[in-house]
Design a protein around this ligand. Structure first.
Ligand code: PLP
Length: 479
């Protein structure tokens, strides 16, 4: 097979990573359609294909830039990227030892390392396609543990089940509740405090209320690193409540789980080892290429019991090797990417220490950003507490300052924040997230990731870009 086109692709990627390449050349869908030749009916030769690929990437967002702060992921770790490339080139599926002998050992090795890191050395785990799927795993495991007959008989004859989660938790739990047949009305949102942490006394009251009503509390979802504020729930207190009431405790550490990599910041997740299950997305803060998500479970064997279907054509028990290494039946997937390999490449090259240094650096630049934001004129922090590397703030343009901050004023701020974001994107200065949250009107979220490593000047430049765009906004823009 001729692989020479890959050499051209590597060159294109290198070119698109040059310093002067803009973060984004934003075009609306119809403009893009007009510029690009995306039709696939007619074949093209390699030169034309190269031109097409260059064009596609030209108009794609450069997530490797420091100014890509739109999501909870960013530039990939270069070793992880190499691993991703190898994974694609070898086109391996992770289900059996037979087709993935070394990658099976690698997944087990990486999982064991992570289980030790999270303090559940005797647990089990699986790589899943993302945090949302890991949430499905958690609910399936909790429900199966409580009612093993669910696997054969489904939900009929089971008591009504309820799920507890903080009002600031990720929306994937709503999807999971729907997909698994609990229904979204089975969710019990628990109030969060001003820093975004679940109020544990409210959780306990809610559990007691539901028990009195004869509903079965099947799972408490604690969050270590909420999507917007980066809040870390009090995992020890939640574990106490779960233990007292016999409820499965899941920790969604998709974002904040990366702090476990650093001895300095690990204590923020104190109590995580008491969870029944945990999810962590190395593809977020740590820079593993998408997708790379880990689901961990304390009770060994349960994952297999809950998910196995024992397909005879794939998981034959009379194979010529030790079939306990055919780990794929723990998964809900059949074909499964070798996501562990990307993380293994990163970990192998950097070691525990290298990853902990990156964690410390990301927290220290976020801390710098938090202090800088608190001091700069016109900026106002949503929360002054740094839990994960999230810094959330409003920018108040001069014409809005020193006015009565009444409802009308806040309604205008709600419109100003997205307008500033629009300007920042169209000028390719910065792609930044914004969101409302509970009583708060739209504000910005800067979330920092391991790569690329930022210096203080780059942070100040970003804040100045927000300020410049903010000052270009006038009241007249909002009729
Ligand atoms: C706290 C949290 N949990 C879960 C998820 C879902 O992860 P994924 O995007 O991998 O499905 C996210 C996504 O941002 C998140 O912020």
């Amino acid at each position: 097979m001729d692989l020479s086109f890959l050499d051209r692709v590597l060159q294109i990627v290198k070119d698109e990573r040059k310093k002067d390449v803009p973060l984004v050349r934003f075009k609306h869908p119809e403009e893009l359609e007009a510029i690009l030749d995306l039709d696939i009916g007619q074949e093209v030769n390699d030169d034309d294909l190269e031109r097409c690929v260059r064009q596609v990437l030209q108009y794609s967002v450069k997530t490797d830039k420091a100014t890509f702060k739109n999501q909870l992921y960013g530039c990939t770790d270069p070793y992880g990227l190499a691993g991703a490339w190898i994974a694609e080139a070898f086109n391996t599926s992770q289900y059996t030892f037979e087709v993935a002998p070394v990658f099976t050992l690698i997944e087990l090795k990486v999982l064991n390392h992570i289980l030790n890191l999270f303090g559940i050395p005797n647990g089990d785990g699986i790589f899943s396609p993302g945090g949302s799927v890991s949430m499905l795993y958690a609910l399936v495991a909790a429900r199966f543990k409580a009612f093993p007959e669910v696997k054969r008989k489904g939900m009929r004859n089971l008591p009504e089940m309820v799920i507890f989660t903080s009002e600031d938790s990720h929306y994937s739990i709503r999807k999971a509740a729907h997909w698994l047949g609990f229904g979204t009305e089975s969710l019990r949102p628990i109030k969060a405090n001003e820093h975004g942490q679940m109020i544990v006394s409210e959780l306990e009251k809610a559990i007691e209320r539901e028990k009195k009503e004869n509903r079965y509390p099947v799972l408490v979802n604690a969050t270590a690193g909420t999507t917007v504020l980066g809040a870390i729930d009090d995992l020890n207190d939640i574990a106490n409540v779960c233990k007292k009431h016999g409820v499965w405790m899941h920790v969604d550490a998709c974002w904040g789980g990366s702090l476990m990599l650093s001895p300095k910041y690990r204590s923020k997740l104190l109590g995580v080892k008491r969870a029944d299950s945990i999810s962590w997305n190395p593809h977020k803060m740590a820079g593993a290429p998408l997708q790379c998500s880990v689901f961990l479970i304390k009770e060994r064997g349960l994952l297999h019991e809950a998910n196995s279907a024992a397909a005879q054509y794939l998981f034959q028990q009379d194979k010529f090797y030790d079939v306990s290494y055919d780990t794929g039946d723990k998964s809900v997937q059949c074909g499964r990417k070798i996501d562990a390999f990307k993380l293994w490449m990163m970990w192998k090259s950097r070691g525990d220490i290298g990853l902990s240094v990156l964690t410390d650096k990301v927290m220290s630049i976020a801390q710098f950003c938090l202090s800088a934001t608190s001091k700069m004129e016109g900026f106002r922090l949503v929360s002054e507490k740094l839990q994960c590397p999230n810094v959330c703030f409003w920018y108040i343009p001069k014409f809005m300052r020193n006015k009565d901050e009444n409802e009308e004023w806040w309604d205008l701020m709600h419109k100003i924040t997205p307008k500033i974001k629009e300007q920042l994107t169209l000028t390719s200065k910065l792609m930044v997230a914004y969101s409302p949250l509970r009583q708060h009107k739209n504000f910005f979220r800067l979330a920092f990731t391991f790569h690329p490593e930022l210096n203080e000047n780059q942070v100040i430049e970003m804040l100045n870009a927000v300020k410049l765009s903010g000052e270009a906004i006038t009241k007249e823009m909002f009729p």
